[in-house]
Design a protein around this ligand. Structure first.
Ligand SMILES: [Zn+2]
Ligand SMILES: [Zn+2]
Length: 138
């Protein structure tokens, strides 16, 4: 029969262990969430950027796509979704999306290596010139 003192020590140790475990998992979760948040942000920017690309249906008269997609080397079928890049090259919508997701926001056209998306700028776009008052940070 263990004496009550031992039980008490064991119990408080267990409690301490539990508290440490909770704190550690909390901290781990927090940094995970920060990382995931950043990833989600990039993902959202990428999705947005992809949406900016012109999408058309192959067979559409406005669509000037070549016969085949240079990413998957597959021939376009009628009604295939085709995306046109700023450089004028066209690819399957899914193919260029996969390509962009794999390369990230710095993705370049597989054919001419021009950037798929406009370069990222740290500063907000300048709306009006010169006369704009300096923004004071609070
Ligand atoms: Zn393709
Ligand atoms: Zn190109």
């Amino acid at each position: 029969m263990p004496d009550p003192g031992t039980i008490c020590v064991v119990a408080s140790f267990a409690l301490f262990e539990m508290a440490v475990g909770v704190i550690i998992s909390f901290l781990v979760r927090q940094s995970d969430e920060q990382r995931l948040g950043q990833e989600r942000e990039d993902e959202a920017k990428l999705s947005d950027a992809i949406k900016q690309l012109d999408e058309r249906c192959y067979g559409d008269e406005r669509c000037s796509a070549a016969d085949e997609c240079s990413i998957c080397l597959g021939r376009y079928e009628a009604d295939d979704k085709v995306r046109r890049l700023k450089c004028g090259h066209e690819y399957h919508s899914e193919c260029i999306e996969q390509w962009a997701r794999c390369k990230g926001l710095d993705a370049a056209c597989p054919l001419c290596t021009r950037p798929l998306f406009p370069p990222r700028t740290c500063a907000p776009p300048i709306v009006s010139s010169q006369s704009a008052p300096a923004i004071t940070m609070l």
